[in-house]
Design a protein around this ligand. Structure first.
Ligand code: AGP
Length: 364
């Protein structure tokens, strides 16, 4: 894509709309049907290392950190390697133990975020193996890491990350599939994930086609003082990212919580003026999630569900297409980007340049 607005009023809208092509690009040339795996040319990690590593630690800031949380779940699920994500700044300041059997992965759209770069430099100084999942080719983080996966989202101009977040999650699915197939993921599971990956661009286009309805829903949220986003396991990083999107671009206060944590405190906030967005994939946690909707309804809270089928307890449901459960987070975040966008539009916000924010934070 060029920097041209291409008929859109904002870069945010343009970049949301580009996601089907962007996902197609991160997949292109990387799928290896013969072995039901993927080819990641720049990874620089041999099969022996992939088999012997004991942990994966993912570092990034903001949306990159949230995409890293999705990545950690994918790596645990598909490659059965314990994995977690942490904000890069927290990691570097807590004098973390650097473990030789851990693979570290730095995530960044710009490749220039100072906290992430400083974490990479500290890790390298201590002899760690660090890979990058980066969008901007040749950026500082891409250069400082030992190898990695380019996200190929194309230029992202809007301060608020959308297509790069989605592409980063897909890049992690590729990496998790690659590690899984070197470890113990079966050929049939490898094929199942590949089929799911191939469906993504078409399904993203389907979600984007529902924009007018999402715009109508957004109009109802524009006068909310605060919003709650909840999800369980795969839905939780989606809730965190959707909450960040809404805060950044609309300036409406929002909180994201694991749905199971609501009853440990945040339920006190639920009342008619605090709507909840609930991420409810049709997976093994569906019944638990439905029970959460009942808890919210009992407090007269308004609910918007993002789900695979209409949810009876919700006031409204955005239905997204079904894919393989591991890939649900890729699709479920997309309507919520549109929700944030249209809420900000209704409030007349400066969508591409929200107050107080910069596209990349290159200082401490
Ligand atoms: C996302 O919408 C943000 N504006 C912000 O959180 C961003 O993701 C973060 O600053 C990290 O940037 P990077 O991906 O360029 O490292």
């Amino acid at each position: 894509e060029s920097y041209d607005m291409g008929g859109h009023d904002t870069y945010m809208h343009k970049e949301i709309a580009e996601q089907a092509e962007a996902v197609d690009r991160v997949l292109r040339g990387r799928i290896d049907d013969r072995f039901a795996t993927v080819r990641l040319g720049g990874l620089n990690l041999d099969a022996r290392e992939a088999r012997t590593m004991r942990r994966v630690k993912i570092l990034g800031c903001g949306s990159a950190y949230h995409a890293g949380q999705i990545g950690a779940q994918l790596i645990e699920e598909l490659a059965r390697i314990p994995a977690d994500a942490e904000p890069a700044s927290e990691f570097r300041y807590r004098n973390a133990v650097v473990d030789p059997d851990t693979l570290y992965i730095a995530v960044s759209q710009s490749g220039e975020t100072y906290d992430t770069l400083a974490a990479v430099q500290e890790l390298k100084r201590k002899g760690a193996r660090v890979l990058g999942v980066v969008n901007v080719v040749g950026s500082a983080i891409a250069r400082e890491t030992d190898g990695g996966v380019y996200v190929h989202a194309g230029p992202e101009v809007c301060v608020v990350s959308t297509k790069c977040f989605t592409n980063t999650a897909v890049a992690f699915a590729l990496l998790a599939l690659h590690l899984g197939r070197i470890r113990d993921l079966s050929v049939s599971d490898g094929k199942r994930i590949i089929e799911g990956l191939r469906k993504l661009p078409g399904q993203i286009a389907e979600i984007l086609a529902d924009e007018q309805r999402i715009a109508k829903l957004a109009a109802d949220f524009a006068d909310a003082k605060s919003m709650m986003f909840v999800g369980r396991v795969r839905g939780y990083p989606v809730a965190k990212e959707a909450s960040l999107k809404l805060k950044e671009v609309s300036y409406i206060h929002a909180e994201a919580y694991p749905a199971s944590e609501l009853k440990h405190g945040p339920l006190a906030l639920i009342e008619p003026a605090t709507p909840t967005v609930a991420i409810i994939p049709d997976d093994d946690l569906l019944e638990k999630n439905r029970a959460t909707l009942e808890e919210i309804k009992a407090r007269s809270g308004r609910i918007l569900a993002v789900a695979h089928s209409e949810q009876e307890k919700a006031d409204d449901t955005i239905v997204v297409p079904r894919n393989e459960p591991e890939l649900d987070p890729v699709l479920m975040g997309i309507p919520l980007q549109l929700l944030a966008y249209h809420t900000a539009l209704a409030l007349g916000r400066d969508i591409d340049k929200p107050r107080n924010l910069a596209k990349s934070v290159t200082v401490e």
